[in-house]
Design a protein around this ligand. Sequence first.
Ligand code: SF4
Length: 297
Amino acid sequence: MADCYLCGKRAVFRTEDGPLCAEHFSKWYENGVANAISRYSMVNPGDRICVGFSGGKDSTVLLAALCRLNLDCELVAVTVDEGIGGYRDDTILAAKDTALRLGVEHRIVSFKDICGKTLDELLANSPQAACSVCGTLRRRALNAAAREIDADSIATGHCLDDESQSVVMNYLRGDVTRATASFNSNSGDLFIRRIKPLCRSTERATVAYGLCNNLLVPLPECPYTRYALRKDVRTWLGKLEYEKPGTLIRIADGQEELLSKMPKAEGEKKILGRCEKCGEPTSNKLCAACQQLERLM
Ligand code: SF4
């Protein structure tokens, strides 16, 4: 690769403006995260932010970038232990180590704590539904942890690739409710605000930032990934992004523009109540997590 166009040192990443060395690229990446935070007004002075921290590459970069931005806020990293054999134990060790190095308070909450069973036990008879069950219970676990630490918001490491994949997956599934739910939105006052500071950063740049700053360690892949539709969509969009750079941001921006032109979706206007079983916010009698658990237990 050519030299950094700002200082002439060896470049590690080519941006739209030109190639950058590790130092200038790291600054460029952090500026991108800061711009996303300001674009969507994600952080208020004095906020206490619960950072969803799996120990994987995206959440590790998220935590490090938030620390380096010196925002006027307090960070608490929370790792959800789903109970996935051969996978989660290694990522928990990596998470503990990173949080310690960054000097961030770290907590762990497990599926076993919230429903008495691990994900492996819940899925003993239907591994295909893994990601849907996992995602719903993970949201429940993070909400509970965020409430316990009195957080103003929950930050997750979803990057631009994840956001664009979700847009495409909602259309592939014909899931109109999710397709019309606002990007970076809150579904109601009872929920803790969700923020995604990496939502304008590509996965490629996120990994490069992690490597440049010695943040990443090799970790196993979740064994349930092979059942996920997301895996196919990721491969397909990754190929499109390579052949037609800018595809991912065009999908995310297109979706945002589409939503801005729509009347507020019914689901978002509904006044939320509380789940009859667990007290979590929901528009139905039972929240999504309790419905999932009723089907599986
Ligand atoms: Fe959960 Fe699916 Fe991610 Fe595995 S791949 S951690 S099951 S969402």
